[in-house]
Design a protein around this ligand. Sequence first.
Ligand SMILES: *Cc1c(COP(=O)(O)O)cnc(C)c1O
Length: 369
Amino acid sequence: MQIPFVDLVSQTQEIGPLIEPKIKAVLTKGDFILGNDVAEFEKEFSKFCGTSQGVGVASGLDALEMALRAVGVQAGDEVITAANTFIATLLAVARIGAKPVLVDCDPENYNIDPKLIEKAITPKTKAILPVHLYGQPADMDPIMEIAKRKNLFVIEDACQAHGSTYKGRPCGSLGHMSAFSFYPGKNLGAFGDGGFVATNDAALAEKVRMLRNYGQRVKYHHDVLGFNSRLDTIQAAILRVKLQRLAGWNEKRRANAALYGKLLAGSSFVLPKVMPYSTHIYHLFVVRAQAREAVQQFLTGKGISTGIHYPIPTHQTKAFASLGYQDGDFPVTERYAKEILSLPMFPELSEAQVTYVAEAMREFESVRV
Ligand SMILES: *Cc1c(COP(=O)(O)O)cnc(C)c1O
């Protein structure tokens, strides 16, 4: 059996007949930039996120950067964020000329450890940027409490959390603003790049609307230094169709995760721990293994593709060497980077495929003892 890590083709085949007429309609109308589907999708996805406002942009990275700029983060400011994240979280801060100040992760949920945040605050701190990594919410209540007390903004990196909830509320509605990505492999993926900023603050949303479109509210009246970072109308039309399926797809991911959990219970693999306050939507299903390289090789031999998210902690990348962190500064993140392994996870993965993966992992254990 060959099991891919993700499968973007079968989903497209399934809903292709629904999407093609929508793309055709955009071609017929010719409203390629900021067309009707963008406005409609902004209403629909912000409703899904539980916010009153939403702005479609060109990527998750741009969404993060423009949200940070909207709350007033400037060159020289500091933004506290997770050491354990994808590089884009830090890049969004660095592109402004601000400094990412990293905090290690909680050993159980892999997200920023709220207990370590206060020590990282300085007079230059402007915002906290928690990440809902792998689709599991960060522990937001203590983060919001610290932010309130210290007068800081909170931007959620919800790029892996389309539909996760924290204490019954959707990720993306918990901080002052949030950023989503529609990169094809995300739980809600476009046929190319796309992103979104969600917020309940109309004034902050308006700032992002200006920023994404050359800094103008009225055509050729450029009030701020803007970007060209708009969600394409064609992508919005595609996303509108896919959004209707998202909750069902997330449920299928959760069912696959539950099956992995059942089949691997009692094994030596450390399974994702779902916090009592959250629903996890398993953008990634990440286990930990002591002999990670050997497990991965064994699975490759069985036709099973896996991934590592992420092999090099952000502070140990060459790109962020200038931050001046040392090996050992974020011990949990550093240890996990050597142990984590992402198993195949997508809605169309069948029970038989999950069972095949789990059995292969059991077999690996039995041959090693
Ligand atoms: C994907 C991702 C981003 C960036 O999104 P792009 O659309 O690729 O720019 C940012 N943060 C996290 C955690 C992500 O997973």
